[in-house]
Design a protein around this ligand. Structure first.
Ligand SMILES: [Mn+2]
Length: 440
């Protein structure tokens, strides 16, 4: 079992309806967006909408009504042979009920007449204001109308409340099937990295390596990536979200690849950094070993009962200590940490949740930026991805490290007694990395 069925989506709707009992819930799908003249970006469903519906087409709207015997209504694009000839077959209204479990289904053209009836009995509506321009305007207009007619007996619409925190909370703990999907996305991604290790050579363009890797993603059953692949050679690795991927690999360069195939909408997120010619220089190796030590310390801290932010704190301490040992930073470790002396070389967090979105939904702290961390629980999946960057803006860096950018990123599932490193098949030690980069 590694495919999601309607049963799982129905279970999620049920769980949301058990949490939100005092208002109708409206969750919109995504829309097509223009790329350039006559060309749209390829559509990928909004994750929250997908999570609740499993419905992949644009412009749809899901309505859930707690306390109602037929709580689930879906508005979908209607069948339209002329348009479908150009842009692909649509599910249509009838099949939305049959195949996607909707108690009732309407055409999106009927939204303006049917939605007010569906939510007429609810004073509160759970809708993420700003999620959809048309719905924003429509619901505010509806609130004005109902305020006007309330004195004659209608229910006023008194509150628009964001349902996303409740949906995010559900998404934070992954079910067994979700974990299988994530593992599949990760396995496919590791296979792509294996190809990249084997093929990347001085003289190749970054985008060539990217293509070789992504062919393996597709071969493995992944229809698309969770995010644009970062294929960054040399100093490009110091640009955290470098995606232009247009430079040539040079002898002596490191190559940093941060990529994730998507499977059943679940995204992997792996980063490995290796010497293009198969052998680390002593300076590259010093930094690599330090980042690896931080990665391993972070993974050790990823266990039930620890805070999500403990992973970062532990990794950061290892990095800061190492930078002092290497003569990059000077001073007391605690002071360097509290005064953020590490920032020129480490400017991102160590972890984020992983799931349908590569930076998956869910909070990390309660009660503000300095509030207590969320405690890790079995079923949560997070990345552990320390890095060090001696890029163009790290002017005070020792000359011998300049141009080095290294990140090592694993995907970690919290289990009852600790964790499972879902990316453990990817080469990671210096010996493993050099062997993989040398073609064996
Ligand atoms: Mn990541």
């Amino acid at each position: 079992m590694d495919q999601l069925s309607e049963r799982q989506f129905a279970e999620r709707r049920k769980r949301l309806l058990a949490q939100i009992t005092d208002g109708a819930i409206i969750v919109p799908a995504g829309h097509l967006s223009a790329r350039n003249h006559d060309v749209d970006f390829k559509f990928r469903q909004q994750s929250a909408f997908w999570y609740l519906t499993g419905f992949g087409e644009p412009d749809a709207v899901a309505v859930l009504r707690p306390g109602h015997s037929e709580p689930y209504t879906l508005f979908v694009l209607p069948r339209d042979p002329k348009l479908e000839t150009w842009t692909g077959l649509r599910t249509g209204v009838d099949a939305a009920k049959e195949r996607f479990g909707a108690d009732a289904a309407f055409s999106t053209a009927e939204l303006e007449t049917e939605l007010p009836k569906l939510i007429a009995d609810y004073e509160k509506v759970y809708y993420a204001v700003g999620a959809d321009q048309k719905l924003d305007a429509f619901l505010i207009d509806l609130a004005v109308k109902r305020r006007r007619t309330a004195p004659r007996g209608d229910k006023a619409l008194t509150a628009l409340i964001d349902p996303m925190p409740a949906i995010d909370q559900l998404r934070l703990i992954k079910s067994a099937v979700e974990i299988e999907c994530l593992q599949k996305a990760i396995d496919v991604t590791v296979a792509g990295f294996d190809v990249a290790f084997a093929k990347a050579r001085p003289g190749m363009y970054e985008f060539e390596v990217q293509a070789d890797m992504e062919v393996e993603f597709r071969r493995g059953g992944s229809p698309r990536n969770g995010y644009p692949s970062i294929v960054a050679s040399g100093e490009n690795a110091c640009i955290l979200h470098y995606i232009s991927n247009r430079d040539r690999l040079k002898d002596g360069d490191l190559l940093l690849i941060d990529a994730g195939a998507e499977y059943e909408y679940y995204s992997a997120d792996i980063t490995r950094t290796w010497p293009v010619n198969g052998k680390f220089t002593p300076e590259q190796k010093d930094i690599y070993e330090l980042v690896l030590a931080a990665n391993e310390a972070g993974i050790d801290a990823a266990k039930p009962g620890n805070g999500a932010t403990d992973v970062h704190d532990v990794a950061l301490r290892v990095l800061t200590q190492g930078l002092v040992d290497l003569g990059v930073l000077k001073g007391e470790i605690d002071t360097l940490i509290t005064e953020r002396g590490f920032l020129p070389y480490y400017m991102h967090g160590t972890s984020h949740w992983l799931g349908l979105d590569v930076h998956d939904s869910g909070i990390y702290r309660t009660g503000g930026r300095t509030g207590p961390s969320i405690k890790l629980e079995p079923g949560m999946v997070l990345t552990v991805e320390p890095g060090l960057y001696f890029g163009p803006f790290a002017e005070d860096a020792p000359e011998r490290f300049k141009g080095i950018g290294i990140r090592t990123e694993d995907d970690v599932l919290i289990t009852d007694d600790g964790n499972r490193v879902m990316t453990s098949a990817a080469p990671k030690t210096v010996a493993e990395i050099e062997a993989a980069a040398s073609g064996g």
